[in-house]
Design a binder for this molecule. Sequence first.
Ligand SMILES: [Zn+2]
Length: 239
Amino acid sequence: MNESTALLRLQEIDLALLKDASTLAGMPQQAKLKNIAAARKKVESQLTKILGQRKDAQIELDDLKDALQHYKDVTAEVQAEAVEGTKTHREVRDIELSLTHLAKQIEKTEFELPVRQEALDKLVLAEKNANLMLERLDAEREATQASYDEESAELKARIRSLSAERDRESAQVGAAMMERYEAARKRFRGLAVETLVGNVPTVCRVKLQPSQFHDLSHGPEVTECPYCHRILIATEQGE
Ligand SMILES: [Zn+2]
């Protein structure tokens, strides 16, 4: 296989690879996987916040229960003390004041308890829902990944086979020409090589003057288009 044929095949392969890569990137599963990952990140951050709040709410509730128990214990102590021995009028009055104060504290705490319990219950539920959401997103991700793997398998196999063929074709082209091809490929967005159909280059389609055509057909096979400066295969290929 000569260099010009290899160059033309190389260009075909590279264009096919570009198209396949773009098809692969444009598969709807790719966008869906990105959305799922973003949603998961959001739920995870919410869950972290909920976990912190839930722990605080639990501590507050436990503290309140401890306080209630403490007020009840102290009340029992004061009541026990009240029936021990004889008391002065002043002592009796102090005991009554203490018991009234303790009863108020107990009433206040018992009123507060269900409010705190409700706040904790809400956070426990929010945590459960966030975990369910994460499970749902994980299942969705797995299904989407499986569908992507299945649908992209053929495309990926073709990309592998084209890449292998590309290596073989590149070996047919000299290093200097390969460098020129790569530079032209970047500059011309993939369309680096053109051929002649009659006296018209296939990509830029600017008709060659008879003298240019004569010069080109008597020069090297792989040359440069005088108009667009792409690599030009000067032997007539088509029709
Ligand atoms: Zn041209």
